[in-house]
Design a protein around this ligand. Structure first.
Ligand code: NAD
Length: 372
């Protein structure tokens, strides 16, 4: 197995950890975790769908490595990332009889990862955890970097902690069971890396992205690895998002507003919102004269080719009043002193932060986008 597995390091001093990328990792998770364990006990948290596919091979591997384990299942979906489910999960884990040396294992997409990571950050004032991301989005984004948390009634991801995992195992063979829409939503985050920092990677995606989406092993491995390597590098340089890490939010201020409007559910997936958000942010930069309109067209064209939403009309928001979206944007947690900050593109491969977006121009831009 080892020759197809790639290993990356997130360099964070005494909290540094490895990301392993490749097929078949779930079965060998026990073996990979063993050197990190302070106690041979693990509690796996997963959702009911993912558990149906992958809990058994994970448990077999844990048993083979001599690691005692329990599993706690949560319902699938964003609704699970709330205080109520967090409370139940915490009680269930504590009822197992964990100790400081117990390892939590998040087996699932970003929902399970964020929730389990927050449980790890808070239970017994902090225990270790491992991420085994099973969606493309979680493999290339949410499992790396230590942002953990849950949603509050007032907004998404407002309760949380920066808390790094001890290991990330991105098993690319699990993506075959992922619904197509979820896969494409994850692909949007891969495109994001090319757009913010790596023009050659974006050009490669333009040519070969269809192979990634067809899950061709070599293309998939390159896309996941390149994405994780970039995220690892950015996180290592700015763990708490005081500088460059903010660039990873490209497309997210628009995207969160769209998710708020559509209710954070199946109507619009997070990655789909990011895809449309990236198009809006690039178009807005072009409208302000800060980016080339041809570049903006390239961004839109690639996402259209992939079957991702690129117009408000694609997600049923044609004609939405600009003030509604602006209102959501100004409640985003990245807002400081009432100013809307946006990540924009200067050109493909070069993103920058605009700390105080011109609100009137933004209102006019959204109104035009909603009408087209
Ligand atoms: N922490 C971060 O840095 C970060 C970054 C981006 C997104 N997020 C969060 O991630 C969440 C979205 O994550 P997601 O897109 O992974 O969604 P998700 O966790 O809801 O998973 C999507 C669906 O796919 C199913 N699924 C997962 N893996 C599967 C597989 N291999 N085969 C079949 N079905 C599978 C799940 O059961 C679920 O129904 C959001 O809450 C978002 O806020 C966090």
């Amino acid at each position: 197995m080892t020759e197809t597995i790639e290993r990356l390091r997130v360099e964070l001093g005494d909290r540094a950890y490895d990301i392993l990328v490749g097929p078949g990792l779930i079965e060998h998770a026990g073996r990979e975790m063993l050197p990190l364990l302070r106690r041979r006990q693990a509690v796996v948290v997963s959702d009911e769908i993912v558990a149906g596919h992958y809990l058994a091979p994970l448990r077999d591997g844990l048993s083979a490595a001599g690691i005692a384990h329990h599993a706690v299942l949560v319902p699938p979906g964003e609704e699970t990332k709330d205080l109520h489910h967090f409370g139940r999960l915490a009680e269930d884990i504590l009822a197992i009889g964990i100790e400081r040396g117990t390892m939590l294992v998040a087996l699932g997409g970003g929902v399970v990862g964020d929730l389990t990571g927050f449980a790890a950050a808070t239970l017994l004032r902090g225990i270790d955890f491992v991420q085994i991301p099973t969606t493309l989005l979680a493999q290339v984004d949410s499992s790396v970097g230590g942002k953990t948390g849950i949603n509050a009634p007032t907004g998404k991801n407002l309760i949380g902690a920066f808390y790094q995992p001890r290991l990330v195992l991105a098993d690319t063979s699990v993506l075959g069971s992922l619904p197509r829409r979820e896969l494409l939503a994850g692909y949007a985050e891969i495109v994001k890396y090319g757009l913010i920092r790596d023009p050659e990677f974006f050009a490669w995606l333009e040519a070969e992205g269809h192979r990634v989406c067809a899950l061709e092993p070599e293309a998939l491995r390159r896309a996941v690895l390149t994405s994780c390597a970039m995220k690892a590098e950015i996180v290592a340089g700015d763990e708490r998002e005081e500088g460059d890490r903010a660039l990873l939010n490209f497309g997210h201020t628009f995207g969160h507003a769209l998710e708020t409007e559509t209710g954070f559910g199946a109507r619009l997936l997070h990655g789909e919102a990011v895809a449309l958000g990236m198009v809006l942010a690039t178009d807005f930069a072009a409208k302000l004269g800060l980016a080339d309109a041809g570049e903006a067209l390239r961004v839109r064209r690639h996402l259209v080719d992939c079957g991702l939403p690129t117009r408000l009309a694609d997600i049923g928001l044609a004609g939405i009043p600009a003030d509604r979206l602006l209102g959501h944007m100004s409640k985003d947690k990245k807002v400081r002193d009432g100013r809307i900050a946006l990540i924009l593109l200067r050109r493909i491969g070069e993103a920058f932060v605009m700390k105080d977006a011109p609100v009137e121009k933004l209102r006019h831009f959204i109104a035009t986008a909603a009408a087209s």
